[in-house]
Design a protein around this ligand. Structure first.
Ligand code: TYM
Length: 345
């Protein structure tokens, strides 16, 4: 396999209600990775319109995700932060990938099945095709690593399948044009840590999600200290004290979730949390969790509101990022056209 420069890419949809799962599963890890790698972080507004096209708050939501990136500590000068629709090559490469991916591959996507529900005939074609656009987001930069929550694993496998098939189908053209034995890298997912799958505070068997009808099911990044405390105090638990070993969390989804959230926020392992709180009643553990969550999330929420008050600044960050991302994407797309045999200007 040809050598690819290490590059991190990830995206977050501006669909409102950015929550603790998005933070622990993704954004917090974006911040950590920027210390050691070059990173591109994207607000994927074209993905956001796949489930519901008409969203009166789309602009505000796009700015809110950007504000969350910045408030969490992503440096938009050293790295790239932008919104997807400003770089048209994402959609352009997605078309090529529509012709690479097979219908059978997309038919296996569990997220489409979940999101489309029973009324599949009425889902948008965009929702079905979501993973091809996602592959294009990543591969238009030839990104080698993608930090995401666990729910995105299958989409990243599809991204690798698309890269592999493109590399195979055009092997002769790729070699002939000096790209060696691979045009696209086989991107590696970075999924892990104690909070790769944060669950609902109301039901430990359901993922914490932006679209859950109950606001008490999630901690939003814009929640104030009071709301964070209330939601944690109300969070579902069981009747037993916490176990002192990880094995004791089996079949206790709510306990496991709260311990995972604590570990994620404290940046430790579940085992360390249990070493400290083993045999504690939930009331004691929850108070410690409230303190920790307020200390970690409070400043982010406050900084988000400060940034949101100046949309001009956010738009300038996005514009600058789009220009730098666009320069890379344009080059890749020109090369793709040459490899595929499309005559270009
Ligand atoms: P989105 O906006 O739905 O989610 C953003 C990120 O948050 C993670 N996440 C979670 N992690 C842990 N626990 C949860 N309950 C939880 N809920 C969400 C998601 O895994 C994701 O990392 N399809 C992507 C957006 C996307 C993308 C990309 C990502 C579009 N193109 C290219 C990476 C690379 C998504 O689900 O966004």
């Amino acid at each position: 396999m040809a050598d690819f420069k290490e590059l991190v890419f990830s995206g977050v949809q501006p669909t409102g209600n950015l929550h603790l799962g998005n933070y622990l599963g993704a954004i917090r890890r974006f911040v950590q990775l920027q210390e050691s790698r070059d990173c591109i972080y994207c607000v994927v507004d074209l993905h956001a319109i796949t489930a519901t096209l008409h969203q009166p708050d789309l602009r505000a939501q796009t700015r809110e995700v950007t504000a969350a990136f910045l408030a969490a500590g992503i440096d938009p000068k050293r790295h790239i932060v932008f919104n997807q629709s400003q770089v048209p090559q994402h959609a352009e490469l997605a078309w090529i990938f529509n012709c690479v991916a097979r219908i059978g591959w997309l038919n296996r996507m569990t997220q489409f099945k979940e999101k489309a529900g029973k009324d599949r005939e009425n889902a948008s074609v965009g929702l079905y095709d979501y993973p091809c656009l996602m592959a294009s987001d990543i591969l238009v930069y030839r990104a080698t690593h993608v930090p995401v929550g666990e729910d995105q694993k299958q989409h990243l496998e599809l991204t690798r399948d698309i890269a592999q098939k493109f590399n195979n189908d055009f092997a002769a053209e790729i070699a002939e044009r000096g790209f060696g034995d691979a045009f696209f890298p086989l991107t590696e997912p970075l999924i892990g840590g104690p909070a790769a799958r944060v669950m609902s505070l109301r039901d430990g068997t359901k993922k914490m999600s932006k679209s859950d009808a109950s606001d008490n099911s999630r901690i939003n990044l814009t929640d104030d200290a009071e709301a964070i405390a209330q939601k944690i105090r109300k969070a579902k638990t069981d009747a037993e004290p916490l176990p002192s070993e990880e094995a004791g969390l089996a079949k206790r989804p709510e306990a496991e979730n709260l311990v995972g959230i604590y570990a994620g926020l404290a940046d430790t392992a579940r085992a360390d949390v249990l070493a400290e709180f083993g045999n504690a009643q939930f009331s004691r553990f929850k108070s410690a969790l409230v303190d920790l969550a307020v200390a970690k999330l409070g400043p982010i929420g406050q900084e988000m509101s400060r940034l949101m008050a100046d949309p001009g600044h956010i738009d300038a960050v996005l514009g600058d990022g789009a220009e730098r991302a666009g320069a890379i994407a344009e080059r890749t797309m020109a090369e793709v056209k040459d490899v595929v045999g499309l005559i270009r200007r």
